[in-house]
Design a protein. Structure first.
Ligand SMILES: C[S@@+](CC[C@H](N)C(=O)[O-])C[C@H]1O[C@@H](n2cnc3c(N)ncnc32)[C@H](O)[C@@H]1O
Length: 325
């Protein structure tokens, strides 16, 4: 569901205190998408062309999130849906099985989810924020635990519209996504029980300030689930790439595990635990038919896969849990 649907439920969700500021933000962004952004307009038109059908089943608690069955669509409807799915490429996060169509995304996202799902506080009845929610793969997985609210933030319109398309059919209650950046949210002090920040912190120029922002939206005792790129090592150090890292020009800091613990502590978190450190391999990130761009193998050094093409250590990711005391 979209921002308007969220506002309609603002009172029930305890959001009245910031509903006006949220409404302004949502209106501004919707207006931009509808009147200014050519891609946004194209995506909106494509949404309107989606075949009308109801999924006969839904499975959010499976590695392949399943929405509907092949038999729910006539052949012409399947062709119409496929055309929109292709227009909405690249499908980076997933996988999904949508009315029998296998959306095999670039990332095998259940590998990350399976690393966290049994280690975090139960999401049942909680208010959950997923910063950088992409197409909503993790939001759908979270929804299986029946949170009171699962709110995604995804400013990149291709991924935001992928979420819109999936939720258009899935209609999962309590699940919302806004096409905005975390920094654009109005103040929501202590509102959330759990905040997920996965794959986002290395894109931030001021990671400690970003962590402070996350701490502020969490209630006392609330939990941060943080996943980010790191480097090996015991020192209190971070790598700051000169320009690009794995061909990305928006990667700023890759800390060691001790350095990331320091950032969290200095941002005001306690009970800080590193749950997992995993090297990213071609089993987790690879090109598929739904991704027309480069993938991991193109980002690694051709003669030394332990290095990126720039010569930096190859992608290594850590998952941390931290609490607000
Ligand atoms: C590498 S992807 C990670 C997606 C997903 N969370 C995961 O772990 O697979 C980072 C996502 O964060 C979004 N993003 C980047 N900066 C953001 C910000 N300031 N606020 C919210 N989302 C952001 C990007 O558009 C992108 O979809």
């Amino acid at each position: 569901m979209t921002g308007r649907a969220l506002l309609n439920q603002a009172a029930a969700l305890g959001l009245s205190f910031c509903a006006e500021a949220l409404a302004d933000l949502i209106d501004q962004r919707d207006d931009y998408i509808q009147r200014v952004d050519a891609k946004g307009q194209r995506y909106l038109n494509a949404l309107a062309r989606l075949p009308g059908t109801e999924p006969s089943s839904l499975d959010l608690d499976a590695d392949w999130v399943r929405i509907g069955e092949a038999a729910d669509l006539a052949a012409s409807q399947r062709a119409a849906l496929l055309a929109v799915l292709e227009d909405y490429r690249p499908w980076r996060k997933g996988p999904f099985r949508l009315f029998g169509i296998d959306l095999d995304s670039e990332w095998v996202s259940f590998l990350k989810w399976n690393r966290v799902k049994d280690r975090i506080a139960s999401l049942a009845d909680r208010r959950v924020l997923d910063i950088g929610s992409s197409c909503g793969y993790y939001l759908f997985r979270m929804a299986a635990a029946k949170p009171a609210l699962a709110l995604g933030l995804e400013p990149y319109l291709t991924y935001y519209f992928q979420y819109r398309l999936l939720q258009h059919y899935a209609k999962v209650p309590g699940l919302f996504c806004l096409p905005v950046k975390f920094e654009e949210l109005p103040p929501m002090p202590g509102y959330f029980d759990t905040v997920f920040s996965m794959g986002v912190l290395y894109h931030r120029r001021s990671p400690v300030d970003t962590l402070v922002g996350m701490r502020k939206v969490l209630r006392r005792g609330g939990e941060l689930v943080l996943e980010t790129l790191i480097i090996d090592g015991e020192g209190d150090l971070a790598l700051c790439p000169a320009e690009r890292y794995a061909k990305m020009n928006n990667v700023y800091f890759l800390p060691t595990v001790p350095c990331l613990s320091n950032w969290l502590r200095r941002a005001g978190f306690d009970h800080i635990r590193c749950l997992d450190v995993t090297r990213t391999t071609g089993a987790e990130q690879r090109r598929t038919g739904w991704v027309q761009t480069e993938s991991l193998s193109d980002f690694l050094h051709p003669s030394d896969p332990t290095r990126t093409v720039e010569g930096y250590p190859a992608p290594l990711r850590a998952i941390f849990l931290a609490q607000v005391g």
